[in-house]
Each structure stands twice: as structure tokens, then as C-alpha cells.
Design a protein around this ligand. Structure first.
Ligand code: ZN
Length: 298
């Protein structure tokens, strides 16, 4: 999965510091990430940045994290919007399959952080401009002392199995179902992509719910099924929707007739192991669950 970058190690200890020449600068414009054009994913080092973009005097950096000895910084402001030749802004969804994995993970994680910084410029309580806290990853209001920590949306991804007929339930999202038009909606992009057609039942955990309660509710809402034997499978940070995904496996309880919630899903079908597509190139938890079923591991 996208976070499985060993032997590289992710370090998130926070500090206010400036980038060196061999640190990598992450640049995001609206919902897109700046990359160097080429077959493999390449991100600009600080010393290369002026070949990638025209910087202005206001260029300001925020330290995000390190991987091994390399720092990753966000270019928060102070650049012209059009990249120079050889560089391009792309939707970050391609990071689901780009290589090397370590840079895909870094660019995705930076995307989550940049989204949070972009959405938290002003205090939601009093409207004053927020400042970066010097000690931890937090935005602080100098006027009313409101504090804003990074936002992570907990969600569930659900592998529903029919043990009697040895099938897994897969879904296709309705491309018109847009929960947050300011984000590159993974469901919408999945629905429009020619390959990787299928997803799993999934949804955000609501206030007052456990993961297991959310599994029962989402499966019933999206496809009208009852489930049992709900158990944890794996988890994953999923930057594209600012989420933390918790994967569950569960079993169909009773009737296998699907009643699809049409505003969210366009299709849901039961698939046998032989009918599953090969999803091994995709770094998502959804694909990890599908692959585990295809290979007979669950
Ligand atoms: Zn305030």
C-alpha cells in the first residue's frame, strides 16, 4: 500500500526550519501537484526549483516531514502559477500507481497537508488570520487563541463476502455523486477511469459511531444488505480525500439481493475470485482487499 515505503522511514517531528539545496519542495496549485515530466515520478530539489517555477520575493516554505535524511517542504506562496518547460501540474490521483513508491507517498502526504493549510488560513471562530504554531503542527489564532489541528477524516472500506457462493461485493460509483467539489474526488475519478472500474462499499465514519457501526450502516445504505462477522483487516492514510481508511472484512448475513442507492452508486455486483481484475499495481487499501480475495488470502 502507499504507506509501505520500507526500508525508507517517515519522520514527522515538527519544526520551523528552512530547506537546504538537497531537500525536496512540494508545490500544489489548487488540486494539482507539480512534477518533472518523465516516465518515473520526479519532484524538484530546492536547488532545481528555479528551473521549475518563477519564484517571487514572497516565496515561503513550510517544513512538512522527512523521509530518511531528505526534508520535504511545502512552497506555500510566492510563485507564478504556470510551470516552466519540463514541469507540469497534474491531478494527484496518478500517485496511486506512480513509481518510485516513496515519492508517490511523499507527494500524496504533502497533498493532504497542503489541503489542510489551504483550508485553514483564517480562524473559523473570529475570522482573524491564523499563524503557524512554532512548536507543533497546528494553526493558532493570535486574536482569540483558537487552535486548529490537521484534519483527518476517518472512513471505512468494506470487503463484503458471500461465503456460500464464494463471492466479493464490488461497486461502481455514480460520477455525479460529489461530496466535496474542492477535492479531487476519488470516487468520481474512479467512476470515470477506463481501467480499475470497481471499488468497495465505503464511507465516512459519523460522529458517535464506531468503525463496526459504520460498516453495518454503510453496507445497508449503499446496497441494502445485512452483514455479520465484521473484523478489522488493515488501515491506510488516504491523502486524496484527507482520510484515514480502516479496512474491514465481513460476511453477508442472509439475503444476497442488492438494492442500490442510486445517487451514490451506479452499480454493485458480486464477483467470484476468478472474475476479479488484477489490481496489484494500485497502492490503495481497496485494491489490497480485492487482491487478497483474488489470491485466496481472505
Ligand atoms: Zn480567532
Amino acid at each position: 500500500m502507499i504507506q509501505d515505503i520500507a526500508p525508507h522511514k517517515y519522520h514527522l517531528e515538527y519544526s520551523l526550519k528552512e530547506p537546504g539545496d538537497r531537500d525536496i519542495i512540494l508545490v500544489y496549485k489548487r488540486n494539482m501537484v507539480l512534477i518533472r515530466e518523465g516516465d518515473e515520478l520526479q519532484l524538484p530539489y530546492k536547488k532545481e526549483l528555479e528551473q521549475a517555477l518563477k519564484l517571487t520575493e514572497e516565496a515561503a516554505y513550510v517544513f512538512l516531514f522527512s523521509i530518511d535524511e531528505t526534508g520535504f517542504y511545502l512552497l506555500e506562496s510566492g510563485f507564478e502559477p504556470d510551470p516552466l518547460p519540463g514541469y507540469v501540474f497534474l491531478s494527484p490521483m496518478f500517485l496511486r500507481t506512480s513509481r518510485p513508491l516513496m515519492l508517490s507517498y511523499a507527494a500524496a502526504t504533502g497533498y493532504h497537508l497542503s489541503t489542510w493549510y489551504r483550508n485553514n488560513v483564517y480562524c473559523g471562530r473570529c475570522g482573524h488570520k491564523l499563524i503557524h504554531d512554532p512548536k507543533e503542527r497546528m494553526q493558532r489564532c493570535p486574536d482569540c487563541n483558537n487552535v486548529v489541528y490537521p484534519r483527518i477524516n476517518p472512513s471505512v472500506i468494506i470487503g463484503v463476502r458471500d461465503r456460500i457462493k464464494d463471492r466479493l461485493l464490488v461497486t461502481q460509483y455514480n460520477p455525479n455523486h460529489i461530496s466535496d467539489p474542492n477535492q479531487p474526488n476519488a470516487r468520481r475519478e474512479q467512476a470515470r477511469r477506463p481501467g480499475n472500474h470497481y471499488a468497495l462499499v465505503a464511507g465516512y465514519i459519523e460522529i458517535g459511531e464506531s468503525g463496526e457501526m459504520c460498516v453495518e450502516r454503510e453496507v445497508f445504505e449503499e446496497v441494502g444488505l445485512k452483514v455479520k462477522n465484521i473484523r478489522y483487516y488493515a488501515s491506510q492514510p488516504w491523502a486524496f480525500s484527507s482520510s484515514f481508511l480502516v479496512g474491514y472484512i465481513c460476511d453477508l448475513d442472509g439475503d444476497d439481493t442488492l438494492h442500490i442507492q442510486e445517487d451514490e452508486l451506479s452499480r454493485a455486483v458480486w464477483k467470484t475470485r476468478e472474475e476479479m481484475e488484477d489490481r496489484s499495481a494500485d497502492y490503495s487499501l481497496t485494491s489490497a482487499i480485492m487482491e487478497a480475495f483474488r489470491k485466496g488470502e481472505i
